[in-house]
Design a protein around this ligand. Structure first.
Ligand SMILES: NC(=O)c1ccc[n+]([C@@H]2O[C@H](COP(=O)([O-])OP(=O)(O)OC[C@H]3O[C@@H](n4cnc5c(N)ncnc54)[C@H](OP(=O)(O)O)[C@@H]3O)[C@@H](O)[C@H]2O)c1
Length: 330
């Protein structure tokens, strides 16, 4: 008999808090090459909210279970599965629909997670750390001592950028929206933290002088991105990966003419698609090793059960959070 599980899903697009529903869905029965994964933890990321709003780049057919990442434990394996065992913690980097009690998956798309990593941290490793990792490797060649400048530095991605930069000996200028974050981010390894008072570029230039920052990371847009661009050195690259401020990029012509700046975009799912399984695994090996050593971690503000999905989403939509909102399953 097929098993029923609790899922957080939506049948239409709109205000995330209004369209989200908690329902009981039937699980498909297990095929020989599949495993049953009992979910343990899954965060609410901005992209999940965009998915509920119907404004994300790729949308699942409706009705759909929400949740782009999360960690679970294998509770049953199909007769043809040899590589995975019951009790193993796993993530599934290219899957969607993690806000559920359990799911059935082909075994070959799952990545085992070292058991030394806590459940909460493991649930947040599939999207934001790879985003930070690849943005620091893909666009410019960075040597120890090189500077990068980023906004939304208090976001999970922003903090992973700080942590990976520290590990690689890179120096970071970090833009946040409130002064109270400065000591916290410095303790995580940020070299300079500034609040977003304009003109930001003057503040940054006064602090880093002629350091010629090679890379800017933008998750906000509008004036914030423009001020980062103005603070970068000649021939530097500004990578846009988010649009939290909902303002388009405005770039002065002179930045292209006189400084030859390059403007690029990044999307982790596209990066994964064009990367061999071996190279994705190699990136995860490094990320898991940093996470195991406690050098890579995201803060959690509060955890909720799936049944409190509306409350959890309302909380995730609030600014000035200290960390992620996470679903933790029994
Ligand atoms: N392209 C990709 O592949 C990719 C992958 C992962 C994430 N992302 C994007 O990266 C961004 C951060 O994601 P996350 O999961 O790290 O976020 P998060 O931990 O949930 O934090 C959200 C951050 O956005 C900031 N923020 C919200 N509204 C803002 C505004 N109007 N102006 C400036 N900052 C604002 C918040 O600042 P406060 O702390 O001041 O409230 C907070 O630091 C999102 O846009 C997400 O979609 C993109």
């Amino acid at each position: 008999m097929s098993q029923e599980v609790t899922v957080v899903c939506h049948h239409e697009y709109g205000n995330p808090e209004e369209v989200v529903r908690v329902e009981r869905w039937k699980l498909p029965s297990l095929k020989p090459n599949q495993v049953l994964v009992k979910m343990k933890a899954s965060p609410i990321n901005p992209a999940d909210l965009n998915m509920l709003q119907g404004v994300y780049a790729t949308l699942s057919p409706l009705p759909a279970v929400v949740g782009m990442e999360g960690v679970g434990v294998i509770t049953q394996v199909g007769s043809a599965v040899t590589e995975l065992q019951v009790g193993q913690l796993v993530i599934a980097p290219n899957r969607m629909g993690f806000w559920c009690d359990a799911y059935v998956s082909d075994a070959d798309v799952l990545s085992p997670i070292p058991s030394e990593i806590s459940i909460e941290q493991a649930g947040m490793l599939a999207i934001n750390p790879p985003t930070a990792w690849w943005m620091l490797t893909d666009f410019v060649s960075l040597e120890p001592g090189d500077w990068i400048i980023q906004n939304a530095a208090n976001s999970a991605v922003g903090r992973f950028v700080i942590q990976i930069a520290r590990y690689r000996g890179l120096k970071t200028v970090n833009i946040v929206r409130r002064e109270a974050l400065i000591p916290e981010l410095e303790a995580e390894g940020a070299d300079i933290v500034v609040t977003d008072e304009f003109p930001l570029s003057k503040q940054i230039r006064d602090l880093i002088g002629n350091a010629n920052a090679k890379l800017g990371l933008n998750a906000v847009g509008g004036d914030s991105a423009h001020e980062i661009a103005k603070s970068l050195g000649a021939h530097a690259t500004l990578v846009t990966y988010g649009a939290m401020g909902l303002e388009p990029l405005r770039i002065a012509n002179g930045l292209l003419i006189f400084k030859d700046l390059r403007f690029r975009g990044f999307m982790v799912s596209e990066r994964c698609k064009r990367t061999s399984t071996e190279d994705v695994q190699e990136m995860f090996t490094q990320i898991f090793s940093l996470a195991k050593a406690g050098k890579l971690k995201a803060s959690v503000e509060k955890t909720y059960p799936l049944t409190a999905a509306r409350k959890a989403i309302n909380h995730a939509c609030q600014s000035q959070r200290k960390g992620k909102i996470l679903f933790v399953m029994d």
